[in-house]
Write a protein that binds this ligand. Sequence first.
Ligand SMILES: [Zn+2]
Ligand SMILES: [Zn+2]
Length: 115
Amino acid sequence: MMRPICNTCGKNYCSVNYHRAGITHYRSMCDECGRKKNKLKPRSPKWKSKGYKKKAACDLCGFKSLFTSQITVFHIDGNLDNAELSNLRSICLNCVEVVKKKEVTWKRGDLQVDH
Ligand SMILES: [Zn+2]
Ligand SMILES: [Zn+2]
């Protein structure tokens, strides 16, 4: 598979999103544009403005966190704009690694992720 060119600047290669089953999936833009975009558009995550609160315990393993930074909110359909409660999971940092390998659609809701 050819590595796609960045949609935004049209000159750099897209950054790698994830590898799965020997196939590399790319983002729609290069690292450079991804960084610029993040700088230009700081925004508070949708789930926060919807009133969702990170749980104290991990939805997957039940790990009880001491600090909210130990828990990450995931959108299980991969759509960061879908902040319905049924689409949100509170995941501990251990399980983030598991999710990244097992769940293709899940997306972290606390990062400025490009689509
Ligand atoms: Zn670019
Ligand atoms: Zn966990």
